[in-house]
Design a protein around this ligand. Structure first.
Ligand SMILES: Cc1cc2nc3c(=O)[nH]c(=O)nc-3n(C[C@H](O)[C@H](O)[C@H](O)COP(=O)(O)O)c2cc1C
Length: 203
């Protein structure tokens, strides 16, 4: 059975544009692939521990027997997130643009899954991502229009983060101009839906 992981990171609740694209993905996917198990992780509704000094030291230096309850809990959650992504062959992630980049919830998710020896490693002076044979689909939305490459702190950044842990096959589909060109939004969604259909049909 195929395993898919949905990661939601919008703070816009029912009005979220990226959630709307994700809902479309889910409906169309289920029509075409009945035998799928979908794990759903909502990073806003179920907030994760922030990676601070205490949590970081639990990763690499504080021995298990000396860890505080907070450290134990954070490690437990980090392990759970890593297990979840390891067993998924496709990761579908919403990535709304907030202040030029990803949401703090999504950044925090990466802080919790990027761990030396578990999701990446340094071998012979080279960095190796350890999450292999996976694809990612990233669903984006932004109020303005796409920035040029040098100003893109969302698409390039996410592609690099995923690459860092070994996920080299990532596809970006999204809507833009949500605030700048609100009259265009339905057209934006119908274009995004066509791309989702193509993605699923060719999967
Ligand atoms: C806190 C915040 C910051 C935002 N910053 C940007 C921005 O830097 N650039 C942009 O084009 N749109 C920005 N927007 C607009 C969002 O990208 C837009 O509302 C998008 O639809 C968000 O996706 P969502 O609806 O799935 O949450 C921002 C919105 C919020 C709430």
């Amino acid at each position: 059975m195929k395993e898919i992981l949905f990661i939601q990171s919008s703070i816009n609740g029912a009005n979220s544009q990226t959630k709307r694209i994700l809902n479309y993905f889910e409906r169309y996917w289920i029509k075409n692939h009945e035998n799928t198990s979908i794990i759903k992780r909502n990073l806003v509704k179920n907030s994760l521990p922030i990676m601070d000094e205490e949590v970081f030291s639990a990763y690499y230096s504080t021995p298990l027997t000396q860890q505080s309850e907070k450290q134990k809990k954070a490690i437990e959650i980090s392990n759970e997130l890593i297990d979840e992504i390891k067993c998924s062959e496709l990761i579908v992630m919403t990535a709304p643009m907030y202040n030029l980049s990803i949401s703090s919830q999504l950044k925090n998710y990466f802080d919790l899954i990027i761990r030396a020896g578990l999701t990446f490693s340094y071998i012979n002076n080279e960095r190796v991502g350890l999450l292999k044979n996976k694809k990612a689909l990233i669903l984006t939305s932004q109020g303005g229009l796409k920035y040029d490459k040098d100003m893109d702190y969302l698409n390039n950044y996410l592609r690099d983060l995923l690459n860092f842990v070994g996920i080299e096959d990532s596809t970006f589909i999204g809507v833009e101009g949500v605030a700048m060109k609100p009259n265009n939004i339905e057209l934006e969604h119908s274009n995004a839906e066509k791309k989702i259909m193509d993605f699923i049909n060719n999967y």
